[in-house]
Design a protein around this ligand. Structure first.
Ligand code: PLP
Length: 351
């Protein structure tokens, strides 16, 4: 605290990202990065931009990138918003679409950035408990609210809510915005973008950080009705006119154009996820069914924190959340085959 601070800063509870260790040769399975690396075509497109043109500001509206994303999902560019990582897109959503009289709703076990944005923008919220199997029950979201947001697949559980049930939540809230945060949808889920033309209250966010291996570039986007997108445009142009730099715009566009590489990387992660899940079950873990690039698992005889610490001593980092209901779970990012081998060998020794 300092006398120089704006008073609101005293009350902020910032998000704590997963550790980005400085040490090399750790098996890093804690922040859901993609183990396979960006598309070589995306890398080439980015390299090409690095030169004299960096003197100049980037396109403030990312016109080419928006067109590419619009073509990919068969929507219009007016239905697409892009931002500096989907975290920034989410921030603009909280500011521009969630400040109403009633509290917004999100699952009690969910992305821990949501309550942080509530604190930043003074948005009231109500946590809706997941059921005993850590599933979202759509009927829980048919209650008065100022908006709804949930990840699908959910984080950190990995559980996926089928599209028909997503639609139930959207249809039950015609007067409020329902945001589906699809950071992990490319690892086996169906996107709710298919529904945006029928529901003016539906907004879908995605990121290039996970399935397209560009976490270091910071590119995310939202797709929905033009009126929702216009709200985000107004917020963005009152905050930062140039959120995406030239390198990010070029890399993101090329990543979307390299479908073959994208599919291969996602399929690789999915195959490894199935293998890791089975092996963990063989060690006695309870593994939630995952459609993400991580698994959420608990061992009935070991504390989550102890397992995390023991793995860490072997140079293997996984994520542990010291929170009600999930403190005995580990969230383990799916790595390369070699990284997963190291994880499983490490666990075998510990157990
Ligand atoms: C990783 C993640 C994001 C943020 O992605 P960025 O585009 O890297 O900011 C958003 N939502 C969820 C649920 C995530 O796991």
């Amino acid at each position: 605290m300092s006398k120089y601070w704006s008073p609101v800063v005293n009350d902020l509870v910032p998000y704590v990202p997963g550790e980005q260790p400085k040490l090399d040769n750790l098996v890093k399975l804690n922040t859901n990065e993609n183990p396979y690396g960006p598309s070589p075509k995306a890398l080439a497109a980015m390299a090409e931009v690095i030169g004299d043109s960096l003197r100049l500001y980037p396109d403030p509206e990312s016109v080419e990138l928006k067109q590419t994303i619009a073509d990919y999902y068969r929507v219009t560019p007016e239905q697409v918003f892009v931002g500096n990582g989907s975290d920034e897109v989410l921030a603009h959503i909280f500011f521009g679409l969630f400040q109403h009289e009633q509290p917004i709703l999100f699952p009690d076990i969910s992305y821990s950035f949501y309550p942080v944005y509530c604190g930043l923008y003074r948005v009231e919220s109500r946590a809706v408990p997941l059921n005993e199997q850590f599933e979202i029950d759509p009927s829980d979201y048919a209650q008065p609210n100022g908006g709804v947001i949930f990840p699908n697949p959910n984080a950190p559980t990995g559980r996926y809510l089928p599209l028909a049930q997503v639609e139930q939540i959207v249809a039950a809230n015609p007067d409020r915005v329902v945001v589906v945060d699809e950071a992990y949808v490319d690892f086996g889920g169906d996107t709710a973008i298919a529904l945006v033309d029928r529901y003016p209250n539906l907004l879908v966010t995605q990121t290039l950080s996970k399935s397209r291996s560009l976490a270091g570039m910071r590119v995310g986007f939202a797709i929905g009705d033009c009126a929702l997108i216009e709200a985000l445009q107004r917020v963005k142009n009152s905050f930062n006119s140039y959120p995406l730099d030239r390198v990010a715009q070029a890399g993101a566009k090329a990543a979307f154009e390299d479908e073959a590489y994208f599919r291969e990387a996602c399929d690789g992660v999915i195959a490894q996820r199935d293998r890791v899940s089975e092996a963990l079950e063989g060690f006695g873990f309870e593994v939630l069914p995952s459609k993400a690039n991580f698994v959420f698992a608990r061992h009935p005889e070991r504390r989550g924190e102890d397992l995390m610490t023991a793995l860490r001593a072997k140079g293997i980092i996984v994520r542990h959340f010291n929170k009600p209901r999930i403190s005995d779970y580990l969230r383990i990012t799916i790595g390369t085959q070699e990284q997963n081998d190291a994880l499983l060998a490490g666990l075998q020794e510990i157990l």
